[in-house]
Design a protein around this ligand. Structure first.
Ligand code: GLN
Length: 527
């Protein structure tokens, strides 16, 4: 990692600091704030305040699974009060504030989980300004027994006499419910009141401002002669990251596209055209299809396929990167990675005493072998922010909204051995399916769709002849987070037409089926 001083995004934009106590909703607090253009960043609750290199405009203490009175419960660094900025505690966060100010927290008689109606005592109050009695989402087992010293009650529910409390002089606020989930009908307005009216954060966080900051940041980091390499895949993340590098350092950014032979039909050529001709990125395309295919020969185990493809990729990338000639006569020092904020959150979120930090293995090997430093221009962004940035930088709509495509490509959509013949069949069927989806105008409604080639044969009849050929399974899902997913409900006429086209046009396919399993229990991909 670099040791050079680089301006952090949180030092440029007014930032609300979210301290995470391990709630499953913590990241949503950050998201909601950014939705109204206030920058927010999450750090674990164990963060030492004196080690912050920037000053937040306000602090939010999240919910969490612990009870504040537990022996090993996490507690906030008391220096947070010395920052002299507004503080909002949510659920565990509020209990933590109460614990610090009088210890009046205990197990309730019963858990409170689900909707409750909040009764606001004084809607002129800054936190509830403009929002009155509304539905809130509760999820707690502990409760406040007393008002902590110096606080007053500002809202109640039938079950919670201290549903919201405030120490107005100290600018400290606590709420028992979760404003970050959509079940709390006016939760976003409440967060807005906190961030904008109470913390006085400005609303400058948008992708247009981010581009400038980020380009400057990259230039400072890389310096006048530094060079950067990075792999691109044609996916939105790597393309947006590459375009940012291009804008920042021009041809001193070297993009490498490895054709592994298992990309979609014509994809390699299309990606090349868009990135190189369209976006002006300094791109090298490596045709390594034969190398991948010879390694995949005879392999049927899904995990093995994934490993082979991953390792072969690293091997080829390293080899080709070593051949790249620096443009400015300097050295290639950095490796670009399209890490997004959810990966960062995953690695910093508080998971209790047994906390393990997840490392990202995909480039781990590369960094060690090549002695490169990592550059991650998207590490502050959520996926929708990356897309907005992509649109703003002139990346074509189709690429920005492209369905996710796995690294091992169609190799894991061909069940059984991956051979050139099977690739041809799978690619062709997938191409027809996606073409029809686009024609029907539903591509953007579906989160991910693809065709899968099954290694079974089935009897058919075509032109009075008996056929005995393979089966294509179609998959289409709708999801907001890819953690859970529902299968997409097509019109029967649509499916009928796709099946007809595939059987008629793709040699080697006698039957088409549609996958109607949700995730869970099934996964999105078949392998
Ligand atoms: N564990 C605490 C409770 O049960 C806090 C819960 C939460 O933050 N959602 O009350």
């Amino acid at each position: 990692m670099s040791s050079e001083p680089v301006v952090e995004v949180s030092a440029v934009f007014d930032t609300i600091l979210v301290l995470d106590f391990g709630s499953q909703y913590s990241h949503l607090i950050t998201r909601r704030l950014r939705e109204f253009n206030v920058y927010a960043e999450m750090l674990p609750c164990t963060q030492k305040i004196s080690e912050l290199t920037w000053k937040p405009k306000g602090v939010i203490l999240s919910g969490g699974p612990y009870s504040v009175y537990d022996k090993d419960a996490p507690h906030v660094d008391h220096d947070v009060f010395k920052l002299d900025v507004p503080i909002l505690g949510i659920c565990y966060g509020m209990q933590e504030l109460a614990w610090i100010n009088g210890r009046g927290v205990a197990r309730g008689e019963h858990r409170e989980y689900g909707h409750a109606t909040i009764h606001v005592k004084d809607s002129d109050n800054k936190l509830f300004h403009g929002i009155d009695n509304f539905q809130v989402w509760m999820s707690h087992g502990d409760k406040l027994n007393d008002l902590p010293t110096g606080f007053k009650t500002i809202a109640t529910t039938d079950n919670s006499p201290y549903a919201a409390i405030a120490h107005e002089k100290e600018n400290i606020w606590g709420i028992q419910f979760h404003p970050e989930v959509t079940h709390t009908t006016k939760g976003k307005q409440l967060l807005r009141n906190f961030a904008i009216d109470i913390c006085q954060a400005d609303q400058k966080w948008n992708m247009k401002n981010f581009i400038h900051t980020e380009i400057e940041r990259i230039r400072t980091l890389v310096g006048e002669h530094g060079e950067v390499i990075g792999a691109v895949s044609g996916g939105v993340d790597s393309t947006v990251a590459a375009k940012l590098m291009k804008e920042a350092i021009g041809d001193r950014f070297h993009a490498i596209l490895v054709d592994n032979g298992v990309m979609r039909l014509n994809e390699c050529a299309e990606v090349k055209k868009t990135l190189s001709d369209g976006l002006g990125i300094n791109l090298t395309v490596i045709d390594a299809a034969d190398e991948f295919l010879s390694k995949l020969k005879g392999v049927t185990d899904p995990e093995k396929k994934r490993k082979i493809i991953g390792n072969t990729f690293i091997h080829i990338f390293e080899r080709e990167a070593a051949r790249i000639q620096p443009k400015a006569g300097g050295e290639i020092e950095y490796l670009l990675q399209g890490t997004l904020y959810p990966d960062v959150i995953e690695s910093i979120s508080f998971k209790g005493p047994s906390q393990t930090i997840k490392t990202h293995h995909n480039v781990g090997g590369l960094l060690e072998d090549m002695k490169l430093k990592l550059i991650e221009p998207l590490r502050e962004l959520f996926k929708d922010e990356v897309r907005a940035l992509g649109e703003l930088m002139g990346i074509p709509h189709d690429l920005v909204w492209r369905h996710p495509f796995p690294g091992p490509g169609i190799a894991i959509r061909i069940l059984g051995e991956v051979t050139p013949e099977q690739i041809k069949i799978a690619r062709h069927a997938d191409h027809i399916y996606i073409e029809e989806i686009k024609k029907a105008g539903i591509y953007d409604k579906i989160s991910q769709a693809f065709a899968c080639l099954l290694p079974v044969k089935s009897v058919g009849v075509m032109g009075d002849q008996r056929t005995y050929e393979q089966v294509i399974a179609l998959r289409a899902i709708e999801t907001s987070d890819f953690m859970t997913a529902d299968w997409y409900i097509f019109d029967a006429a649509f499916l009928k037409n796709v099946a007809k086209r595939i059987v008629n046009e793709v040699d080697g396919v006698a039957r088409v089926v549609y996958d109607i399993t949700s995730k869970p229990p099934a996964t999105v991909e078949w392998e």
